[in-house]
Design a binder for this molecule. Sequence first.
Ligand SMILES: CC(C)(COP(=O)(O)OP(=O)(O)OC[C@H]1O[C@@H](n2cnc3c(N)ncnc32)[C@H](O)[C@@H]1OP(=O)(O)O)[C@@H](O)C(=O)NCCC(=O)NCCS
Length: 245
Amino acid sequence: MSVPDRTNTALPENEARTPTAAASVPLAPRAAPNWTWVPIRSLTPRHRERIAAHLIALQSSDRYLRSVYPATDGQISNYVDMLDFEHDEVFGIFSRRLELIAMAHLAHPVATTTVGRPTMSEFGVSVLPHASNRRFGKRLFEHAVLHARNRGVETLFVHALSENRAMLRIARDAGSTVERAGSESEAWLKPPPDTLASHVGELVGHQAAELDYRFKLHARQVSTLLDVVAEVKTSLAKAAHVAEE
Ligand SMILES: CC(C)(COP(=O)(O)OP(=O)(O)OC[C@H]1O[C@@H](n2cnc3c(N)ncnc32)[C@H](O)[C@@H]1OP(=O)(O)O)[C@@H](O)C(=O)NCCC(=O)NCCS
């Protein structure tokens, strides 16, 4: 099966592919319980800097797995600049310190159905090494499936290296058909039709993730304020000590 015309979850390529870069990824011991709610937030153009920082922080082997070629910092930066937040869906998971630890890009193709819905969307994802094996990749894929389902997308597509066992497992577990063509594989999933429950589920998840982000932001602001107060107190104490001498 051929790769669709608009595979824009991939970073822009202008270098030859070098299959050596992606070493086989060892399966780390699983720490996360089977199901936990994970706040997944929609990203907007104001997140470009953090998206770039996230992608640049990936290990070289993960960069290779993400883009299917060894992307340079410049190519990552071009990809981030070209992200179309209006047309596509970009979403992520933030740590308590508001670091973007996992993100996904659901690229909607130009082709649409007669009622203007995208016929096929492509999914791309990355999780920072220190956050891996906590089912964030899996949750982001589920989120993408729900999003695609609620927008009437007919097919969800993932392009991955055949050695990318984690990604292919995520896709297979969700019910995708995986086709291998040598070193590269393609996974295809037909999301079920949308229902009232699927729309409510997405809306509730969205609101809860926004609330979670606000709490984290507030906690960070309070922590910064406490740091400033502590600094002022130390400076005052020092000044008083000097004055006493
Ligand atoms: C692929 C990737 C997104 C997975 O994210 P993750 O959060 O670490 O993975 P999860 O914790 O959600 O694991 C998903 C499943 O894969 C399995 N898995 C993880 N690593 C694996 C490995 N090396 N081999 C086999 N299975 C693996 C997990 O056990 C889990 O299955 P389970 O739920 O049935 O136990 C992450 O490794 C990554 O960012 N890789 C680099 C970029 C990339 O490859 N992107 C995909 C191409 S677009």
